[in-house]
Design a protein around this ligand. Sequence first.
Ligand code: 3UK
Length: 535
Amino acid sequence: MHPSAHRDTFARDNLPPKSEWPVFEYHLPRLLLPDPFNCGKWLLDDAMAAVAPDKPAIIHKGVVWSYADLSSATNRLCHVLTQDLGVVPGNRVLLRGGNSPMMFALWLAVMKTGAIAVSTMPMLRSRELEQIVDKAQIGLAICEEGLRDELAILENGPVLQRTVTYGGRGAELESLMAAKPADFDAVATSQDDVCLIAFTSGTTGEPKATLHFHRDVQAMCETFARHMVPADETAIFTGTPPIAFTFGLGALLVFPLYFRATIALPDASTPVALAETIQRHRATHVFTSPTAYKVIATRAREFDLSSLRVCVSAGEALSRAISDQWFALTGIRLIDGIGGTEMIHIFISATGDAIRPGATGKPVPGYRAVLFDAEGRMLEGPAVGRLGVRGPTGCRYLSDPRQRDYVFQGWNMTGDIYRRDEDGYYWYVARGDDMIVSSGYNIAGPEVEAALALHPDVEEVAVIGWPDAERGQIVKAVVVARSGATPGPDLAKLLQEHVKKTLAPYKYPRAVEFTATLPKTTTGKLQRSALRAPR
Ligand code: 3UK
């Protein structure tokens, strides 16, 4: 590792021991960086030098920030952080707020000052925020005024020393910024200095904190963005994921700056607000979840989507049905990509003519993927197994014994089961925990879900294994019926018959239950674990 510029060495001191790291590979020439390297300077100052200062950088709620506006706001914030709030390189700064120009400037300012950004999901409650503050030892929080309440209670605790708000009547942060100079020389951090801590959207147990370096932010640009996302400075990026989810950080902040493009942010994180933004700002590049594409597709006639050029889906498996439906409507093939918080962004994907609808794709340039069987033997050729990946980014948990579970023989084990075909394409099967074993058969919950989702009476569905004395487990479907359909034994029977006709009959759900809503994680993923029988 290169020498650090951090004066507060907490993050570096709590990296896992080197012996527990996955293998890192930097084969692509662009991944070899000179030190010092500061990703905030690389993204923002380099973009400023390349574009016209009045070029729109971020559009949000009718307000346009030019690149010059974004740069001067960021630099003023750097002075506020270092002078007024005493931030030194290596300090953690909690950021709490929705995607907005101010939130993006704050993230960039934390980068430029050599501090460490801990972005958090707006919907988190004090209990979850407390875990984050304790785990990452965070002394300073910067918070959108309307979201202050859930943080307030922590301010009397031993760790969090100060909270500053923005975007409200108090305009606390804005008034601190007003008198500050509009330029700031970025701190000369090392490429190996931690610049962000991303908490996993884990469905169970204590959240895991993943550490990422300045070079990792550059790596997601030079791998996935460069090779899979055709874009240039005329692009207008939009999407729903918050920057606390690294999918959103890349999609809506880091990649647009990398391409010197423009960001148009929806007013809210919903599919309809997204569709409105696409129409209003003639967005060209959109990043969201499979579910959001599905929702927009069913209401596509209401919106003008003709400006779209590139659409990326990630976070959950994209079914062939949604991919085909989107293609029929827009003429655009969705770019699917599997990413993870531990890997910072997407590592298997496909673009353009290389897309095979239904498959996730192949390893993104810079990454390699392998499959292991249950005994830990590496599989060759076409096979189904546990996915392992390595490349320029990888898992480093902040002091966490689970580091040893995530890394196997130097490979990052994402927890997913994948099938590799004869051409080397990777097809998603299930998360390891979502495999159902019934009478000795292995059944992938998501495959049964995809089949049920094709039925016109099904709005949403989760498929889980349910304990059964005779079969070990049975396949159980928890269904949200489409409005107009009548949930009950008759519909259950219909759905069972439908699956038997669509898939091998042994996969049909022996139990069908109806519900009004399904549990979701903070990143919008179906939370199957919450539906399973308590053990
Ligand atoms: C699942 C997918 C099938 C898979 C993420 C893009 O989702 C992201 O990170 P998380 O840590 O979750 C990782 C897990 O989510 N998954 C994600 N994408 C896909 N499954 N097809 C996909 N396309 O189980 C994976 O292990 O929340 C996604 C970029 C950055 C991210 N952090």
